[in-house]
Design a protein around this ligand. Sequence first.
Ligand code: CP
Length: 314
Amino acid sequence: AQHLLGIEPLHPTEITTLLDLADQYANDPNSVRHRDVLAGMTQINMFFENSTRTQASFELAGKRLGADVMNMAMQASSLKKGETLIDTALTLNAMHPDLLVVRHPHSGAVDLLAQKVNGAVLNAGDGKHEHPTQALLDALTIRRAKGRIHRLSVAICGDVAHSRVARSNIMLLGKMENRIRLIAPPTLMPSGVAEFGCEVFHDMEEGLKDVDVVMMLRLQKERMDGGFIPSEREYYHRYGLDAAKLAHAKPDAIVMHPGPMNRGVEIDGTIADDINRSVIQTQVEMGVAVRMAAMDLLARNLRARRGAALEGVM
Ligand code: CP
């Protein structure tokens, strides 16, 4: 593929290829041997929405692979003077970047931008739509902890309705033939999830019964524009992951959270820090490896396309 815009268009074999390569990078992330992979290539990171993990790990991944990495300060860009997203994209495209990493608050904005540029675009999260590298790093974390990424029972809990992380994970876990249980209050459960083969629960203890993986989500108040926002105290009581609720999952179930995490809202701090159950720090670690693998594969494709175009004119 030319871009990585979502999990939806990926074939299970493409997911496995990417995870296998990411696994190799995870075993040896700092090796100088990787420095030639993106040598001579330019990577531009454009984050129109806040990020800690995704932006830092894309920057590190690019640098470890030898790319020239530029972080656009979007708050200080000419978007503030009224320039459109497309004009910004065309302007940057004229500088010939090879890889563009884009996060945007609007669903579909990254796809739109990808149609206007010649380089490879990686979606770093667009609105409520997709966050493909998050789902891939979650899959690698699960595969390393459980030894496989198929035929597992996975609970995705919390604000499913506003979550691009949930959407990309539902796509990926479904393609890899896992059982997906969604647990959320009715107001935070999207409609139509049954068509993706997900089981729906509104009660944590019932939904967590005998699962292998517990994936918690943050309450995304920034996307609840004007809608119902639950009280944090009430929400924690019913949907916050604590030891009592976790006891319903399998004894060796792992606990995940994409971050940023709100302790005492969707998860108890002791559970988040319990190194016997929580793989939250591993998720961050795998984020760098997955982004190295994604950019490596897209760069190979970019070189092949440029080589073919050159042959065409000679
Ligand atoms: N998980 C995730 O996307 O985190 P950031 O918003 O910090 O990048």
